[in-house]
Ligand binder design. Sequence first.
Ligand SMILES: *Cc1c(COP(=O)(O)O)cnc(C)c1O
Length: 419
Amino acid sequence: MKTIQVPFFRPALQKEEVNEVIATLHSGWLTSGPKVKRFETEFAAAVEANGNSQSAKGRGKQVHAVALNSGTAALHLAVEALGLKPGEGVLVPTMTFAATAEVVRYQGAIPILVDCDPVTLNMDMDDAERRAQSLKGKGKGPEATKIVGIMPVHVGGKLLDLELLERFATAHKLWVVEDSAHAFPAGLKRSDGSWAQRCNGSKSVTCYSFYANKTITTGEGGMAVTSNARLAERMRLMSLHGLSADAWGRFSTNGNWDYKIVAPGYKYNLTDIAAAIGIHQLGRAESMRRERESIALRYSEALASVAEIELPPPAASKNNRIDSWHLFAIKLRLKRLKINRDAFMNELKRAGVGCSVHWRPLHLHPYYQKTFGWRAQDFPIATAQWKRLISLPIFPGMLEGEIEHVINTVKRICKSHAR
Ligand SMILES: *Cc1c(COP(=O)(O)O)cnc(C)c1O
């Protein structure tokens, strides 16, 4: 019998993407041009679609979307535009990918790690409060760390309570940079009945990633979204060497040859080739999300009775939240199993099921341990949870046989190694 191989992820690219890329190659304009501009406009509209533009607060506010060559670039330009300086502190979840904290280090600033919620794995806002409090009153000497911002991650595409986040940021006078690399499209109903996909404060930037395995892709790419025109302008400037606005005629051939360097910027602009893919991925974003949601539902139903694992929180009631379902992470009940997580993953791989872990928390990485002396016991929830985590394959276009193979394999491994 030939065993089925189920990859952890397979990008869902179609003819429209292929044709748009070919047309772009023929157009003579490969770098940032008309396709990038269109992608920015359409993405801004999509992020606001069931969200802030309808809320009393956000009505009339223009949304700015800046396309970049990675989600990491978006995070970096966001903290740069917000003025993050060396020695300042930023609340960052320990349960995240490298990028969230490294951009804080780019600025010479200090990530103040926060533990996670054991169920959602999102930042634990009570722990954030404790860590903010414990640094208060120590803001005098040169060594003191002043917290200036917070960078929550919507893990797997399950939005953190945005209103709680906004209250927290206001109370502590912090800016907000959302790492929404997993969270497009997603939504949360506000208490006034409107829908939101992101924070809408005047000092907030939401950052998306279009890396190959994200919910929509451009191969590599990212987007920074904000309602603050000044922040958007700064990010645009810094994304292209810090050249004055009329520099290269970003979207046309009539750029000024006599450009002025006004800041030492970066080279973070997205290409039209990448945007050509993004435009069509964006058009199918909601239908791809629905496909992932239905796979999540299948897994949840089929694995509900398996005592050796804990499932992610259910596909919540659609009346108040929409999850992007970028990840489907199961948690092993290690006491009920004779094998650990790594052995469980080896068994999955041997059966042809691709899997991954999101993530080894930041405080358990050598660089951060060496630099800041963080210990496992400083973040007990993340330390305990990460040893149980396995992300299963979930992507649009997954075949019926592939879904079944994942379910059957998880069940079989649990059964043969149950304690
Ligand atoms: C993928 C990812 C990023 C980085 O995005 P890139 O586009 O790869 O730079 C940042 N944060 C999280 C949580 C991610 O998953």
